[in-house]
Design a binder for this molecule. Sequence first.
Ligand code: SF4
Length: 308
Amino acid sequence: MAIIHKAPEVPLIRPPSEWRSLLVRVTRGCKWNRCRFCGIYPHLGEPEFSIRTVEEVKHDIDLLCSLRQRFETAFFGDADPLQAGVDAFVEIAEYLRKVIPVKRLTCYSRASTLRKIGPDDLKILAAAGLDRVHIGLESGDAEILRYHRKGQSPTMVREVAAWLKEAGIEISFYVLLGLGGRDQWQRHILETAKVINDTEPEFVRIRRLWLYGCDTPFSGPESPLLKEIRAGAFIPQTPEGSVLELKLLLENLDNISTCIVCDHHNNYVHVSGCINEDKEDMLAEIDSFLALPASKREAHYQVVGSRI
Ligand code: SF4
C-alpha cells in the first residue's frame, strides 16, 4: 500500500541527551503501561500501544533527512521500540545507517523485553548498529519494583546487563529518587547501589519521582500512584529526603567507571561525574548545598518543584 503521510511522527518522549538526535518513532506508546509511578503515555494522549510498519518508519527517516541532512546521532522511540521485533528493528537500523551514517544509535527498552530477546539476538542488534539502550532501572529493590508493578526484578536486570556488555551495547540506567517513599528510602537506595556496583553501566541518569496529575497542560489520566498517596498507602519523599537519597547513593557506589548524570530539570541538585574520578567532588557539592540556610534550600525546592 502506498505511504501517504507527509509529516514524520516523532517519539513523544526522548532522553535529554538525545536532543540533537534524529528522532524516529518505531512504536507508539508503552506496551506495558502498568508502572504505578508512571502513566506518562496515557497522560500525554497515547494510551494505546502500536507497532508501526517498517515501510512507514523508513518513509519517516526519508522525510526527516529531507528536513535536515546532518544528524550525528539517532534515537528510536517510543517507550519500548524493540517490541517491533529484532528483524524489523535491524531492517530499520540498517536503512537508517545507509541513508545517514550516524555515529550513535540508541533507544529506550524495558529490561523484560531485552530478556526475551536474549544474548544472541542482542549481538545481532549490536551488529546492526544499536550502540546504547536507555533502561528504567528505577530501583534495585525487588519489593519496591513489585509494588510499583515495574515488571522486572534486580536479578533480571543483572542478567540483561551482562548480556548487553557481552554484545558491546552501552547501558544507560534511570534511577528514580523517591520511589521507596518516606518509609523505605534507605533500602531503595542501598539495593539500587548494589545493582549499579554489580552491573557497572556506562551511565546512571538520576530522576526525581514526579507524578502526572491535573497540574499539567495535558488532559490525560493522572499517575496511578496519586490514588495511593490520597489513600495514605504511599507517603511521598520530602524534597530534602530526595537530596539525601542522592547523597546516600553516591556514598555507596565504589570502584566503577559509571558516570552519574542529573540531566533533568526536576533534579534538586545537578551533580555529574564518574564514580572513579569525581565521587568526592560530587559529594562535596551536595554537602555544600545541604549547608545552605534552611530558608534558601526551601526556596530552591519550591522553584524546582513548580517547573516541570
Ligand atoms: S515507566 Fe516505562 S515501562 Fe513503565 S509504564 Fe512508564 S513508559 Fe511504560
